[in-house]
Write a protein of this length. Structure first.
Lengths: 745, 172, 272
């Protein structure tokens, strides 16, 4: 039995000897090197893009610009599965600083780099809009003229009668919270190599979503989808930055124009203008009775989506639908508006959309608890939903464990023992709970194959980005069919070989691909038993597969290895495909329906020490808990739970992209630090909650991340009495708040 | 790599000891060591990260000490001994530091892992029994975005123990 | 070579400062003078009566771990250990780091407090520059275009001296300082202050010393209120800059707190 065991990762050896193949290592014979000319202006008309001087430089093979996408050409300018508004390169207009205007493909990277300054561009500056509220006004400059509005996506939730709910309340609280842009920062940048000819295309890309990439590239190249092949080696980090479509259309188009393979690898600075976390302002209004019962919640979210839609619609929805939290709220109203702005596109960021709303509602829960004189843990327990309760979407929340989770973290942080403060060093503890949806409806397919060597091949399009998906799926496949783990091989996603999967994001792969594998395994086992029955003349119901050995249940010692069975039957291979489809969806006007097939649930508790003379916040202890339904690999679960906390410390305490008139000011580690060993709390621990009878594992990729910032902010509040509303929780903000509080008293 | 924009690039023959082998490779005068390792010698265990010497993914050992190969010119290691992750295993067996990282799953995406392994090796060669605090200090210049730091610390501690034990056995 | 090629030539020793600048295209020299090839500049010596003599090509890591530095100027060894990481310190050299003159750096304050000097060599000969005069601005030093630093001299430190450095970062625990305070004090047998140096770094383009505040301590037995006055004057008289690490306002608050803590430490007064 492999499921539940902390087995070493199946690719562990390549990881420690450095031989693992990342896309950034790849070379294709004859390949050219690309560099991108990027807009210096946040909003301007392109009056002229003259590439003639660049094209004549020795070593420059092709230059791609918007002109190559004229209606009659062999390429389509716009792609993007969400709103379909993304141009391969800018044409007529640039909408953010850093937007690609031209791509140069040359024999060497140095030549391509040099050629950039030989392209002449004339701009006519237009008025930019950066703030989502401003973008949401009548007079605002339009990011997309063709749309008449800057609204990229608008999610609504209407449940009960929110005004009646406020009327029932004894007290009403309204607060505003802000999350700035941040950068996912995978250490391996985006890299794509495209090899394109007249009738087909092959791309190797560091992407989390091979099938959406295939769809967009096929559209851009005007090819049938099955003529486009996307191959995905393991990623050197993703965290959402590589979700959906990024470089691929641009590189594919350049390769078509050049007539040779083209490689583009981004610099760290370019990563910052490729995709970011959504800045968001959340205004949350809550009605509560004197005994602490929530009666109503009204939430307005204004997201800055950047210049193109990318994955903004799911963000507006995912954040909007969870904006009232895992609480019993009889009357709820949410307006979640994502605006186009003249900033780099915002997209998937680990903990998609939920980070920004948890920051708001979990911070406010403690503000209310304080005002009511209630313990924050008790206040939450009083209002958290129970198993099977109806929620603000009208759906039944089965398999809910929020109370268990918050009790777990509170217990582990020593909630009942008050923190000791000394002199100017004040200590305090804070809690937070998280709920997050997973993409619903969704589809994943996976295939299984056994061959005459007895090897069980797993073919799934879930991308390995360090979350251990290859290992986890191998464990599940081995157990589902009944073979030893050593006989399992799992291939890299390759759309010509591995079947459809929506995307590797939203913490969905263990559940979705794992589920599809289980279904495929049922079918494969049936085929094996059928085949064995033919050979042995036993009834299939009398045969079992244990550790790769097929034998009769009555005489387990006598039988065949799977490989022998195939050889005896003269079969090269047996093949089975399985699908896992989830159903659901929400009404576009009311947000009622089924938001998520199942829910990702997490909690966190922090103990902090604040130096009240400098405002510096030190995290003494942090405990994270996550409901995982069924643990497949305990090592993997712990790495994800705790890795999420480390990742979350950045945006909580210091990560923030700073823009100056739309230009990113801090685009590398010297000005945008990410958490180092020194930043990790000395005491960091985690728990994974399971149900003993659970069949399916839930994902753990994101559950414990969103709670980090509010748990810390709540701890700071209980330590010092100051409340931070705008992330990140910097020493300066804390000191300013402390001084302001002192003035008031 | 992106060198300066001069029109005359000069190349020279670089001689060094790479993973205990004498090597000679033609390099451009302003080419970084990382670029030579990856693009010329195809040693991809040395990773392209931030490009400014902060993340440590490009760490190599020069005369046994860790340096950022992305901000070192290749010509600076003329005549020196270079160790990359590819040179750590002996006779098909992993170096104890590599084995400890494997056993403790001290990685997730593992892009940063060779850098951590080499730095840990350099640390243990210099100080065979560091405290956890000393390990933290020595490794602080290596960044892990996936956040595997705890497992990394555990692996480094284990590696220290195992390497000490090996020395005991060897000297008995 | 530097004299001949002027702006076209730049010096490289460890490379940790100049190579990133070249990668970012901020510098594109036609000639790189490979200082690291020059023999005889990598040494740490102690000359009794004179002090520590550290060659410009000595790595920061060697300064940090040198038994001589630990013995004769332990605050310098400690300060070096705070710079970046072991990996960076292995390649970065004393000469290179000092000549880089990035305002957000750690060692300048301690070196000024220790009255360190830099020996520079150029086409017109040799000269010595006081550390306090060496940094003239962000990325600017008192070195002439044809000069290089060849040695750092740290004078003998008297036995009854106490010195410390506080490094303060506002974001990651591991990054360049947003503010730093180096302090040094000498008390006589009666406990009165004979000398006090307080240097604030990383808050302005050049290291800052407020002499009249330092002098408040002279010939007095130190007290908390005296130190508070010194700290207040430092925060009032320094005009901090604003950058992505901290605002000017915040730096001003930090200066007061850090000078207070640093001075308390070297004057051996316990804070509240």
């Amino acid at each position: 039995m492999n499921v539940g065991r902390a087995i070493p990762y199946v690719d562990a050896l390549e990881r420690v000897d450095g031989s693992i193949g990342f896309t950034i290592n790849l070379e294709v014979p004859g390949m050219l090197h690309a560099r991108v000319l990027r807009s210096p202006s946040p909003h301007a008309r392109l009056l002229k893009v003259d590439t003639s001087r660049a094209e004549h430089l020795p070593g420059v093979v092709a230059v791609l610009t918007g002109v190559d996408f004229r209606p009659a050409s062999d390429m389509e300018l716009l792609y993007g599965g969400m709103n379909g508004d993304q141009p391969v390169v800018a044409r007529d207009k640039v909408r953010y600083v850093g937007e690609p205007i031209a791509v140069i493909a040359a024999e060497t990277p140095e030549t391509a780099e040099r050629a950039l300054s030989f392209i002449d561009v004339e701009y006519e500056d237009l008025i930019p809009v950066f703030d989502p509220y401003e973008a949401d006004t009548e007079d605002s400059s339009l990011v997309h003229d063709e749309y008449d509005t800057n609204v990229c996506s608008y999610f609504k939730l209407r449940h009960g009668n929110v005004e009646a709910g406020f009327a029932e309340a004894d007290r009403v609280f309204e607060h505003r919270f802000y999350s700035p842009a941040a950068q996912q920062f995978p250490l391996e940048p985006h890299v794509t190599i495209a090899s394109v000819d007249a009738s087909s295309a092959t791309l190797w890309s560091s992407t989390q979503a091979p099938y959406p990439v295939r769809e967009s590239v096929a559209k851009v190249l005007k090819l049938p989808e099955d003529k486009v092949r996307i191959i995905v080696p393991p990623l050197g980090g993703g965290y959402g930055a590589k979700n959906f479509v990024k470089l691929e259309p641009m590189v594919a188009a350049t390769a078509r124009k050049a007539g040779r393979p083209v490689r583009l690898a981004l610099s760290t600075e370019e990563e910052f203008v490729t995709v970011t976390k959504h800045p968001a302002v959340v205004t949350i209004k809550t009605g509560v009775k004197a005994d602490g019962t929530l009666t109503a919640r009204k939430v307005d979210i204004h997201w800055s989506g950047g210049a193109y839609a990318d994955t903004t619609p799911p963000v507006a929805r995912g954040g909007g639908v969870t904006a009232t939290g895992p609480y019993r709220v009889p009357h709820a109203w949410v307006d979640s508006r994502a605006m186009y702005t003249n900033l780099p596109q915002a997209g998937s960021f680990r903990g998609l959309a939920v980070n920004q709303v948890v920051w708001a509602y979990e911070s406010q829960m403690d503000i209310i608890a304080d005002a009511l004189g209630m313990d924050p843990l008790e206040f939450r327990l009083h209002n958290l939903i129970d198993e099977g309760e109806e929620w603000v979407t009208g759906e039944r929340m089965d398999d809910s464990h929020y109370k268990e989770l918050i009790r777990e973290v509170a217990d582990k942080i020593g909630w009942d023992k008050p923190s000791r403060s000394e002199g100017h060093l004040k200590r305090g503890k804070g809690l937070s709970v998280t709920l997050k949806s997973t993409i619903t409806p969704s589809t994943s397919r996976a295939s299984l194959k056994v061959d005459a060597t007895g090897t069980l091949w797993v073919l799934a399009s879930s991308v390995e980005m360090g979350q251990g998906v290859k290992t986890v799926l191998s464990q599940m496949a081995a157990d589902a069919v009944g073979v030893p783990l050593e006989q399992v091989r799992i291939v890299d996603p390759d759309t010509s070989v591995t079947p459809y999967d929506m995307t590797t994001s939203s913490s969905r792969s263990t559940f979705s691909s794992g589920g599809a594998i289980r279904n495929a395994a049922d079918s494969l086992k049936a085929q094996l038993l059928e085949l064995a029955s033919e050979i042995t003349e036993h009834d299939p119901t009398d045969i079992e597969i244990v550790d790769g050995f097929i034998s009769s249940k009555n005489s387990p010692g006598k039988g065949l290895l799977i490989g022998e069975l195939l050889q005896k039957s003269d079969r090269d291979e047996l093949f089975a495909e399985g699908t896992l489809e989830t159903q659901g969806g929400l009404d576009p006007e009311t947000g009622q329906g089924k938001a998520s097939d199942h829910w990702h649930q997490g909690a966190g508790a922090a103990e902090v020490e604040v130096d009240t003379e400098t405002g510096r916040v030190a995290i003494l202890r942090y405990h994270a808990a996550s409901y995982v339904s069924r643990v497949i690999n305990p090592t993997n679960v712990r790495l994800q739970n705790e890795g999420n906390v480390v990742y979350g410390l950045g945006p909580a305490l210091f990560e923030e992209i700073i823009f100056d008139q739309g230009r990113v000011v801090n685009s590398n580690l010297d000005s945008y630090p990410i958490p180092s060993l020194e930043d990790v709390p000395k005491h960091l621990s985690s728990s994974a909650l399971e149900r003993p009878d659970a069949e399916m594992p839930y994902g753990v990729g994101e559950n414990t991340l969103p709670s980090v910032a509010p748990a810390i902010a709540n701890a700071v509040f209980w330590a010092t009495g100051v409340r931070i509303h705008d992330l990140p929780i910097t020493p300066e903000k804390v000191l300013r708040a402390l001084r302001a509080k002192k003035e008031q008293n | 790599m992106r060198p300066g924009t001069r029109s005359q690039l000069t190349t020279q023959e670089l001689r060094l000891q790479l993973n205990r082998e004498h090597r000679s490779v033609e390099v451009e005068t302003d080419e970084t060591l990382l670029s030579v390792l990856r693009d010329k010698l195809k040693l991809y265990g040395n990773r392209q990260g931030c490009g400014i010497g902060y993340c440590g993914a490009c760490t190599v050992l020069v005369d046994g000490k860790p340096v950022s190969s992305c901000i070192m010119l290749a010509v600076q290691v003329e005549g020196k001994q270079l160790t990359t992750v590819e040179g750590l295993s002996k006779d098909g067996k992993l170096h104890p530091v590599q084995q400890a990282f494997l056993d403790h799953t001290a990685f997730q995406c593992s892009y940063c892992t060779p850098g951590f392994i080499l730095t840990t090796k350099a640390m243990l060669d210099e100080d065979p029994s560091p405290s956890r605090e000393e390990i933290r200090e020595y490794l602080v210049g290596n960044l892990c975005r996936c956040g595997s730091y705890y497992n990394i610390l555990e692996a480094a501690e284990e590696a220290a123990v195992r390497m000490q034990a090996k020395k005991q056995v060897a000297s008995d | 070579m530097l004299a001949e090629h002027k702006d076209e030539a730049k010096v490289i020793s460890g490379g940790t400062a100049i190579v990133p600048l070249m990668q970012e295209k901020l510098l594109a020299p036609s000639y790189l003078v490979a200082l690291y090839k020059v023999p005889g500049l990598d040494y740490i010596r102690h000359e009794p009566g004179l002090g520590l003599r550290i060659g410009a090509l000595t790595s920061l890591r060697d300064v940090e771990t040198s038994p001589l530095v630990r013995q004769h100027a332990p605050v310098l060894s400690y300060t070096a250990s705070l710079i970046a990481s072991v990996r960076v310190r292995t390649a970065a050299t004393v000469g290179g780091s000092l000549a880089e003159a990035n305002y957000a750096s750690d060692p300048y304050g301690v070196l000024i407090a220790l009255n360190a000097m830099i020996k520079a060599v150029g086409t017109s000969g040799e000269r010595t520059v006081r550390m306090g005069d060496f940094i003239t601005g962000h990325y600017r030093t008192a070195l002439q275009p044809d000069e290089i630093a060849v040695e750092l001299l740290v004078p003998e430190v008297s036995p009854n001296v106490s010195a410390t450095y506080i490094k303060y970062t506002t974001r990651s625990q591991k990054e360049r300082p947003a503010a730093g305070v180096a302090s040094l004090a000498r008390l006589d047998d009666s406990g009165a202050c004979e000398e006090l140096k307080v240097v604030v770094t990383a808050a302005t383009e050049t290291p800052q010393v407020i002499v009249e505040a330092e002098q408040l301590a002279l010939n007095k037995k130190p007290s908390l209120s005296l130190i508070r006055e010194i700290a207040l004057r430092y925060s009032q008289q320094i005009e901090p800059l604003e950058d992505h690490r901290a605002s000017a306002w915040y730096r001003r608050q930090l200066i007061e707190v850090l000078v207070q803590r640093s001075a308390e430490s070297v004057l051996r007064i316990k804070g509240e």
